[in-house]
Design a protein around this ligand. Sequence first.
Ligand code: HEC
Length: 120
Amino acid sequence: MKTIVWFCLFPALLLAKSALYETGKQLYFAKGCNGCHGIKAEGMNEYPLLANRAKGYLANKIKRFRQGLSDNQQQELMIGFARGLSDEEIDALTTYLNEFEDEQTQRYDIPFESWGDGGS
Ligand code: HEC
C-alpha cells in the first residue's frame, strides 16, 4: 500500500517546487523582505534585485549582515532584518530567491492598445 501511495505522490513532488522553496517564499513575505526588494525580488532603486542570483552569494551576504558587518551605509539597513534569521531560514530564503520563478508573468503584461485617433 505504501508503495502505491509513494508512486502516485512522486510525479506531483517533481512538478511542484520544493518544500524549501515554499518555506522560503513564506519567509520572504513574513519577514518583510518584499517591502524593499519587491514582491518579485526584482529590486527597486537602491534595493538590489535578488531573484535568480547565486544562492551562495546571497547566503554569504545575509550571514555577513547577521554578524553586523556591512560595507556601506546602505547595507546597515539589512542588519536588523538579517539578525533574526537562523541558518535554516537563510537556506530556505536563498533557495527561494535562487530558484525564483514568476508565477504571474501575465499580470503586468497587458499589452497597451490604443483605439480611435488617440483622442485628438
Ligand atoms: C528596509 C529595506 C530592506 C529590507 C526590509 C530588506 N532589505 Fe535586503 N537590502 C537592503 C539594502 C539597502 C541592501 C544593500 C544594498 C547595497 O549593497 O547597496 C540590501 C541587500 C541585501 C542582500 C545583498 C544583495 C547584494 O546585491 O549584495 C541580500 C541577499 C538581501 N538584502 C536579502 C534580504 C532578505 C532575505 C530580506 C528579508 C529577510 C531583506 N533583504 C530585507 C534593504 C532591505
